[in-house]
Write a protein that binds this ligand. Structure first.
Ligand code: ADE
Length: 417
């Protein structure tokens, strides 16, 4: 079987969506043109476990245009856009993804994908890499290298490398500036608000929004909540990030304090049980709980259930928990990343850069994987710079360059006061 999607009849609608994304992804489209000529992936199989969105489809089409055999499975049970999955399947791409997979179905899809025996793995959350290393070690001999797209995945992989458990090299696409400074910050900022608004249509102006964490993703959420007129409170465990949040003008306080005043709570920390019983018990009735971190572990569902006497769905992405005290808490998208489960993920224009990084790293890996040790590596600097330059060009933004005299000055130490 080369695909399993919700409804192959949705393919035409999916194709229109992908074309819309292509219009807004000029960097990736220019890379596609180069790949069509150079065919860098002849004989290379790429297994991608990514959010199955219109933007991911543009990446998949680009790798295919470069000669790759590409397969795709979902990196989250709720993030698949069914029409996009259908469109890709109708183009002959191996796809195992539909929205609303249960855990068994999710891993079934991932294991079907692995039947392609990939040379390169693309992950968003490290599930392919960890499955190959635990249950499908027979596949290790085929794999040249992998890429990881998200902060949570990079943390998992660095832990694997530190344990000596990592058996093939990984490029941490997440950690490159053209990814995290834009996708994590502006992308997560906008799409998280989008997901919360699509699920609830609440007014943000005048509300107190508590953002748990102040990494790139959470800082982006704070920025955009502030821009919509909310009073933003940050909670942190890292003193440097907390200090940055305070100097960016936000109130910073312990989560137990923030629990008493928040109207909307948004987690994006990468860790588990951030919001738990001790916080739910302090919250005002009507508070909204959303997660934008990779896994659905940041808001404790067992704690919510054990404190509640009733749980009911009030729309596709909002559930009402009535606590035994009578207070009501509103839980979005089953605690899965609200930006992809309740909205469409990051806008195409920002995924243009992240996926341009991925496409160029694939090309670089085919040429260079033999030189790499099995640890987590950075994206080569020249790829990052190329993506930034192409993006600026597509935006019609020109920049200056150093004069010879300035270059000499920067390379010397003799000139001083
Ligand atoms: N991660 C966040 N937004 C995304 C999108 N639109 N497509 C793929 N992965 C994403």
């Amino acid at each position: 079987m080369s695909y399993k999607v919700k409804d192959i009849g949705l393919a035409e609608q999916g194709k229109l969506k992908i074309e819309w994304a292509e219009q807004q992804m000029p960097v990736l489209m220019s890379i596609r043109k180069d790949f069509e000529k150079a065919q860098p992936f002849k004989g290379v199989t790429v297994a991608a476990c990514l959010h199955v969105t219109k933007e991911t489809a543009v990446l998949v089409r680009t790798l295919k245009a470069g000669g790759a055999i590409v397969g795709l499975s979902a990196s989250n049970p709720l993030s698949t856009q069914d029409d996009v999955a259908a469109a890709l399947a109708s183009e002959g791409i191996t796809v195992f993804a539909w929205k609303g997979q249960n855990n068994d179905e999710y891993y079934w899809g991932l294991n079907q994908l692995l039947e392609l025996k990939p040379n390169i793995t693309l992950d968003d959350g490290a599930d392919v890499i960890s499955t190959i290393h635990s249950k499908r070690t027979d596949l290790l001999k085929n794999v040249f290298a992998g890429q990881e797209e998200t902060t949570t995945g990079v943390i998992r992989l660095k832990a694997m490398a530190a344990d000596g458990a990592l058996k093939y090299p990984i490029i941490a696409v997440n950690d490159t500036p053209t990814k995290h400074m834009f996708d994590n910050y502006y992308g997560t900022g906008q799409s998280t608000i989008d997901g919360i608004l699509r699920a609830t249509n609440i007014m943000l102006a005048g509300k107190t929004v508590v953002v748990c964490g102040y990494g790139y993703c959470s800082a982006g959420i704070a920025l955009r909540s502030d821009g919509m007129g909310a009073n933003v409170v940050i909670t942190e465990v890292d003193p440097l990030k907390a200090l940055k949040a305070a100097m960016d003008g936000y109130r910073v306080m312990p989560l137990k304090e923030a629990s008493k005043i928040g109207d909307i709570f948004i987690t994006a920390t990468g860790d588990k049980n951030i919001l738990r019983a001790e916080h739910f018990q302090l919250m005002k009735s009507g508070a909204i709980l959303a997660n934008s971190g990779h896994f659905n572990v940041e808001i404790s569902i067992p704690d919510l259930e054990s404190l509640s006497k009733e749980r009911k769905k009030i729309n596709e992405n909002t559930e009402e928990f009535t606590l035994k005290t009578g207070n009501k808490l509103y839980f979005l998208a089953e605690g899965r990343l609200v930006n992809l489960a309740a909205a469409e993920g990051h806008p195409s224009a920002v995924m243009d850069m992240s996926f341009a990084d991925q496409a160029l790293v694939c090309e670089w890996l085919v040429k260079n994987y033999k030189t790499l040790t099995p640890v987590v590596h950075d994206v080569p600097k020249e790829i990052d710079e190329k993506v930034a330059r192409l993006k600026l060009k597509s935006m019609g933004v020109e920049i200056d360059s150093l004069t010879d005299e300035q270059k000499h000055y920067l390379g010397s130490w003799q000139e001083g006061t």
